[in-house]
Design a protein around this ligand. Structure first.
Ligand code: UGB
Length: 603
């Protein structure tokens, strides 16, 4: 059927002949039409089949399924079919937590106890196109007072949970919490380098598993003809398939069964740049454990049109219901099509009635494995072609199928226990996604989701937590960096092993401590107690775990001042430019306690 291919058959191994037949059956003859006689470009032709083999094995059901799914989704898209046809949205009910109250504190305790049965999965294969940062996002500083990157913070948080959890149940417990990172070709090498050059930030290398997602083939037209790479006609053009790949990768890796045999119970998924996330993990895991949720999504109050999905109850005309994320670009049209003429709008609370999905999912391992045995991890997909005109016959550029990890519950039976947990945004959610220019254009009152707001949110959260624990923290000032107006709170940071839960913080803030607005405080150690500290300047306290340090008295120095930096100022490092400020370290008090025993810093 394809003479250029037939003439080259002798070059192909038997499995490659089968792949070629499959491609021809699926209408992909164009991939070979330009192939010259044998003897010309033979290595490239073999390379082509190496790629086809990879594309075939990394997609559930292989390339046949991919092409057939694409044909169907492209036809639906051309016909203007709404994926939510027949569904009516309504506001779901879930757990709403109030930070620091008795219920919250007891859920945190339940969550820490469960953590020894948990595994963590970070999806970090995205390039972060909206942020435009050149490196990998997990290498960005979470805040620049200590300069610790997101990945270090995540690992230290998991290690602290591991230790606290073990201690709660049995002094001899040595359970190690597994940590999986999903990378892609865009992030894999840099992620491994970051881990290796920092000794895995204190985690045992065997605890960390890297799973690399493969890209998927691009589609050139409505017939799902695969697109050739414009720069190499022996290569199929590929693009990322989305964070939903994490489920099929976990399934095919065999890790799920291994975890089950080790008695693990929970799989916690999270994203690359939310510096507040681990504030929310203990209580949310407590909710999963006490409510027996098979699926628990973390959510925050959502501003209408904010670029985070809305958690929605969908009821089908046939009676089916599900509680699921409706992505931010689909919520507005869905609401308008179902009798809400204002679409995605704020209600009297000033927020959308649909809680915002922050894509932190807690799945119960047993039911998760059972479901994946049926689906092999395939997740409902979508396609988003940009057509050249209203006839929808041609694309401006090639497209591909995509999938999202939060669509996992779509295939679950109605008996599955699917819930969600709403927390305060200030406590739980501050992603770094938008570049300075786009962030400055965000409508007033909506979150910027930028490097500027992401860092300032850490200081605000820590200040508010200390306040709730009884310290006096002065109100913030308002300042503008890279065109974004933000609250500037004292620059308070602590290592996860100091303040894993609110109870931990409360136990370590005693007497009448106060911190002025221009102050910076770094607490780096487990047993550091603020006892009647009055801070006006910069104080850094480092202590080994076995040291117990009482910090008291008045610390006053010139401290660290905040300098404005323009994001276009290329004399500054990109990590600094994108946040729009840096610290000038004028004066500080830094104390180190390297010996066990009781110490007192009495300034
Ligand atoms: N990611 C991958 O690992 N692989 C990929 O192929 C793509 C991404 P974005 P998005 O909570 O903040 C999501 O781009 O997809 C990783 C939810 O869909 O930051 O626009 C990537 O590295 C949305 O419902 O976000 O929006 C990153 O860690 C809402 O909840 C993660 O996937 C929103 O996040 C997310 O990728 C949010």
């Amino acid at each position: 059927a394809c003479p250029p291919l037939r003439r080259n058959l002798q070059l192909l191994a038997p499995d490659e002949v089968e792949l070629a037949k499959m491609l021809l059956n699926e209408g992909q003859m164009h991939l070979f039409e330009h192939w010259p006689e044998p003897g010309v470009d033979d290595d490239k032709k073999r390379g082509f089949f190496d790629q086809v083999r990879r594309l075939n094995s990394s997609y559930p059901g292989g390339l046949v399924s991919y092409i057939q799914n694409a044909k169907k989704l492209l036809a639906d898209s051309k016909a203007g079919k709404n994926p939510y046809d027949g569904f009516t949205p309504s506001v779901p009910s879930g757990e709403v937590l109030n930070f620091g109250d008795d219920n919250y504190v007891s859920l945190e305790a339940a969550g820490v106890k469960e953590a020894r049965n948990a595994v963590f999965v970070l999806v970090a294969g995205g390039l972060g196109e909206r942020l435009g940062y050149k490196g990998i996002k997990v290498a960005l500083p979470r805040e620049t007072t200590t300069g610790k990157c997101f990945l270090q913070h995540y690992i230290e948080s998991i290690l602290s949970l591991q230790e606290a959890s073990c201690k709660m149940v049995d002094a001899g417990c040595h359970i190690k919490i597994p940590f999986v990172i999903m990378t892609s070709d865009d992030t894999n090498a840099l992620t491994i380098k970051l881990l290796e050059s920092n000794s895995y930030f204190g985690m045992e290398p065997s605890q960390v598993k890297i799973l690399k997602q493969e890209k998927v083939a691009c589609l050139a037209d409505n017939d799902a003809r695969l697109a050739l790479d414009p720069n190499d006609k022996y290569k199929i053009q590929t693009k990322p398939h989305g964070h939903g790949d994490v489920h099929s990768l976990l399934y095919s890796s065999g890790l799920l069964e291994q975890w089950k045999s080790e008695g693990r119970k929970w799989v916690l998924f999270f994203q690359d740049t939310n510096g507040l996330l681990f504030n929310a993990i203990p209580s949310a895991l407590g909710v999963s454990a006490t409510k027996g949720y098979n699926v628990n999504s973390l959510a925050v109050p959502r501003k209408a049109k904010e670029a985070i999905g809305g958690i929605t109850k969908l009821t089908h005309v046939d009676g089916r219901t599900m509680v699921i994320n409706v992505e931010y670009n689909q919520l507005d049209p869905l609401l308008r099509a179902t009798g809400h003429p204002d679409g995605d709008a704020n209600c009297e609370t000033g927020y959308s009635p649909y809680p915002g999905n922050i894509n932190q999912l807690i799945l119960e391992l047993g039911p998760y494995i059972e479901e994946l045995k049926k689906t092999h991890g395939a997740i409902s997909e979508f396609v988003n072609p940009k057509y050249t005109d209203s006839t929808k016959t041609a694309f401006k550029s090639s497209t591909r199928l995509e999938c999202m990890m939060q669509d996992y519950p779509k295939t679950l039976p109605p008996s599955a226990k699917v819930g969600f947990t709403v927390m305060d945004t200030w406590l739980a959610y501050a992603p770094v996604k938008n570049n300075p220019e786009d962030a400055a254009k965000v409508p007033k009152g909506n979150p910027y989701h930028s490097a500027t707001s992401g860092e300032m949110a850490i200081y605000r959260a820590n200040s508010l937590i200390l306040r709730k624990a009884g310290a006096q923290i002065v109100d913030p000032v308002v300042d503008t960096f890279n065109g974004q107006e933000v609250e500037v709170w004292p620059r308070i940071t602590w290592s996860p092993r100091w303040g894993l839960t609110f109870k931990d913080v409360k136990e370590k803030v005693r007497g009448n401590s106060s911190i002025s607005q221009r102050s910076a405080l770094v607490i780096n150690g487990r047993n550091i107690f603020l006892e009647g500290l009055s801070l006006d300047g910069t104080l850094i306290v480092n202590a080994v775990d076995e040291a117990e340090v009482i910090v008291t008295g008045h610390v006053h120095n010139k401290g660290w001042t905040i300098q404005h930096v323009d994001y276009k100022d290329t004399s500054e490092k990109e990590e600094i430019r994108i946040r729009g400020f840096k610290f000038e370290k004028v004066e500080q008090l830094e104390v180190n306690y390297n010996e066990p025993g009781k110490h007192s810093l009495s300034a």
